[in-house]
Design a protein around this ligand. Structure first.
Ligand code: CA
Length: 77
């Protein structure tokens, strides 16, 4: 079952996964977010989503990029 977190919850999920506390997610942190959202993707799928979500190609997912990813995936926040 996939729950659809409210906006505040989503940011809490993002912040909790941001182990470095630098307001962006690396690939490992990104996979933690997916776990907490109940997404069960393979490593290859996670890598693929990560690369698509990282629109400015800096190797990290910012919160705006994260929100855009959820929108493009059709996940309501
Ligand atoms: Ca980025």
């Amino acid at each position: 079952m996939t729950t659809r977190p409210a906006e505040g919850d989503l940011h809490a999920v993002f912040t909790r996964a941001d182990l470095g506390g630098d307001d962006r997610l690396d690939l490992m942190e990104f996979s933690l977010v997916l776990d907490s959202l109940g997404m069960s993707w393979t490593k290859a799928e996670v890598q693929d989503r990560f690369e698509k979500a990282d629109t400015n190609r800096d190797g990290f997912i910012s919160y705006p990029e994260f929100q855009t990813l959820l929108e493009t995936q059709g996940w309501t926040v």
